[in-house]
Write a protein that binds this ligand. Structure first.
Ligand SMILES: CC(C)(COP(=O)(O)OP(=O)(O)OC[C@H]1O[C@@H](n2cnc3c(N)ncnc32)[C@H](O)[C@@H]1OP(=O)(O)O)[C@@H](O)C(=O)NCCC(=O)NCCS
Length: 183
């Protein structure tokens, strides 16, 4: 994992939240956080049922990102509890390695407090310091205005739309939007 110095942010409701790199010992809590974020059923391509990693899988994934200098995995902690995370990984292919994609989630009880924005800005600051990362990319679903607004606010631009790429169980479609920012 690239260098990241832990920081504390004051959430909009006055509570302190610490941002730090994840360690393999966070596996169980990080998985619980990811499941809780997905429980609302919106925002992700993967369904909650398809998201079925074990704690051991999660531990390996954290270790893999920790060993990669061009990856970043941050957790947001309220007291001892992980309430959000952001993960970025550089593309694997040589011609795409100047860029990478991130995923982000904040548990429902802590959404709207400024944690998502703090994590995106921390990722962008880290990417600016990285000698190899030039572009940060993401994919967001068109029916997720909260996330889209956050990305625009942080300077991302839309670079493509896949119409009706997502079809929900009830037959409703939504588009997949790609966004990026050069750092
Ligand atoms: C999207 C998500 C990461 C945003 O994190 P967050 O901590 O809730 O967002 P923040 O409190 O930092 O808000 C940052 C900005 O997001 C936007 N935002 C936040 N809450 C919003 C809401 N209820 N409605 C519209 N925009 C909202 C605003 O632009 C806000 O800035 P502002 O309050 O100064 O206007 C979070 O809501 C989440 O995890 N959602 C579920 C999972 C998900 O959608 N992940 C992204 C997949 S691409």
């Amino acid at each position: 994992m690239g260098t990241f110095r832990s920081s504390t942010l004051r959430a909009k409701d006055g509570r302190d939240v610490v941002l730090r790199c994840a360690t393999p010992d966070d596996a169980e809590q990080l998985l619980a956080c990811a499941r809780e974020v997905r429980s609302a059923g919106v925002g992700f391509i993967t369904t909650p049922e398809e998201f079925n990693l074990s704690v051991e899988d999660e531990r390996k994934w954290i270790q893999e990102l920790s060993d990669n200098p061009d990856a970043l995995l941050l957790v947001a902690l309220a007291g001892e509890w992980i309430v959000g995370n952001i993960n970025f990984r550089q593309h694997a292919r040589t011609r795409q390695r100047h860029g990478g994609v991130f995923g982000i989630g904040v548990i429902p009880a802590w959404q709207g407090c400024g944690i998502g924005e703090a994590m995106v800005r921390a990722l962008l600051a880290w990417a600016q310091e990285s000698p190899r990362i030039e572009c940060v990319q993401l994919v967001v679903l068109a029916d997720n205005p909260r996330a889209i607004r956050l990305y625009y606010k942080c300077g991302f631009a839309v670079n493509g739309v896949k119409p009706r790429a997502i079809k929900y169980a009830d037959g409703i479609y939504t588009d997949e939007i790609s966004m990026h920012i050069f750092v």
